[in-house]
Design a protein around this ligand. Structure first.
Ligand code: EPU
Length: 419
């Protein structure tokens, strides 16, 4: 077990390059099941979640080759197994993304039902309801979803609430289904558009991605393609918040400011100076951080995946702020750890009242989820009076590529040690 040790107080300066988006890479890799043959996906981040989906798909017959230019070659000629076991699915809920592609390719799938996780119950009922509407026969047995279908049929699908992986799963199921599928109240996240772009390169007919109505006309078959994943907007947002917290002056390269407008506006309102081109953001942190409220929303609103990091910024703001979480019911687990560092936060159901303090104090802390870990690292970057130790960093390694190395290159005093 490793931990991350930080001596706070350094102002971050320099250039950082953003990696490919975890949440776009996972569905892109799953989409390779839809056709046999060799595909190539560029800008694959080196992360534990990526290793997990590769391990599950390898057990199904996929063959992967990591190339030294961050690209991944995928050969899915020979997919013979349709089961994703509890042992692997329990470590990564996104394994549910294999359900749609397996049904499209093999007409059957057996996937362990992901349980709840640290941030909430996270049901997959909307994925299952939509697949039923497409003709899939489904039953739950011993904790597994057993699904079978002769030929997927296009359907008019309505999501009660926009679901990111649900929209991705149904888009993948629909591309070779018989007839037209309409996804109503679909998620609009950039990762959805990226998947649709890849599927179109493979020959799919998809329109409306990026809006709440996506129309997929089923085609007979797909062909292998080559695709580059979009940059990780949550990683970029995390570095922006780090610069805002540390009176930093950093240039974020290889990013997509158009995926981050809600975050850019919010950080401007707290006093950060931000300029951007199409793929570069330059951000200077203010001397005094103004307080600002946020409410997490589906895209293009403020992302839930940056809520914990923004809360850490508000812990040292001048004044009080209200952070409202509307996507997940239990996404305030970082609060009790931030309190151990001197933060003043009161939770009322899904709202947190954060009273800004002049400083945070270094302390040993531990995280129970990926984005909570990032928020504790940010807290460590500004904490004074000693060393902050962030434990259980395997959460961090699920979704941030070389985070401490990137922070170190910006001047932070941060290192990984044996716990
Ligand atoms: N929901 C249902 N039923 C469903 C599916 C979702 O009620 O069948 C609810 C959820 O409980 C939640 C809301 O719908 O309240 C939205 O959840 P969504 O399905 O959009 O979340 P997800 O697809 O499971 C993805 C990301 C998450 C990110 C959320 C929201 C991936 C692999 N994961 O999860 O990323 O927080 O969308 O943007 O794309 C992370 O990277 O740290 C992370 C948790």
């Amino acid at each position: 077990m490793k931990k991350i040790v930080i001596e706070g107080g350094k102002s971050l300066r320099g250039i950082v390059k953003i990696s490919g988006a975890k949440n776009a890479a996972l569905p892109a890799i799953a989409a390779c099941i839809l056709t046999g043959g060799r595909q190539k996906i560029h800008r694959i981040p080196s992360l534990r979640d990526i290793m997990t989906i590769k391990a599950i798909m390898s057990s199904m017959g996929a063959v992967f080759q990591d190339n030294n230019d961050n690209s991944l070659s995928v050969n899915t000629e020979n997919i013979f197994e349709h089961e994703a076991s509890y042992d692997l699915v329990k470590t990564m809920r996104a394994s549910i993304l294999l359900l749609g592609p397996l049904l499209a390719r093999l007409g059957k799938a057996r996937i362990s039902l992901p349980g709840g996780c640290a941030i909430g119950a996270r049901p997959v009922n909307l994925h299952l309801k939509a697949l039923s509407a497409m003709g899939v026969d489904m039953h739950l047995e011993h904790g597994y979803i057993n699904a079978e279908v002769k030929r997927l049929k296009g359907a008019n699908v309505f999501f009660d609430t926009p679901t990111v992986t649900g929209t991705e799963n149904i888009m993948m199921a629909a591309v070779t289904a018989e007839g037209r599928t309409v996804l109503n109240n679909a998620a609009k996240e950039p990762e959805i558009i990226d998947l649709a772009d890849m599927l179109r390169k493979m020959g799919a007919e998809i329109k409306g991605d990026g809006t709440d109505t996506i129309i997929v006309e089923g085609v007979k078959e797909l062909r292998p393609a080559e695709h580059a994943i979009i940059p990780d907007r949550i990683e970029a947002g995390t570095f922006m918040i780090a610069s805002a917290m540390t009176q930093g002056d950093i240039t974020i390269q290889d990013c997509r400011p158009d995926h981050l407008y809600a975050v850019i506006e919010k950080l401007r309102s707290v006093g950060a100076e931000i300029e951007h081109t199409e793929d570069i953001i330059h951000i200077k942190g203010p001397k005094i951080i103004n307080s600002a409220d946020i409410t997490t929303m589906p895209f293009p609103g403020f992302p839930t995946d940056l809520q914990a990091q923004f809360m850490t910024l508000m812990c040292i703001a001048n004044g009080s702020s209200i952070i409202e979480e509307t996507i997940f019911e239990n996404r305030f687990i970082h609060v009790s750890e931030l309190e151990r560092m001197g933060a003043d936060i009161t939770i009322n159901v899904n709202q947190a009242l954060v009273r800004g303090r002049e400083k945070l104090l270094a302390a040993p802390v531990m995280a129970t989820d990926l984005r909570a870990s990032a928020s504790l690292i940010l807290a460590g970057l500004v904490a004074v009076d000693g060393k902050t130790e962030v434990n259980r960093i395997y959460h961090l390694d699920r979704g941030y590529e070389a985070l401490e190395e990137k922070f170190r290159a910006l001047g932070a005093n941060i290192r990984r040690e044996d716990a």
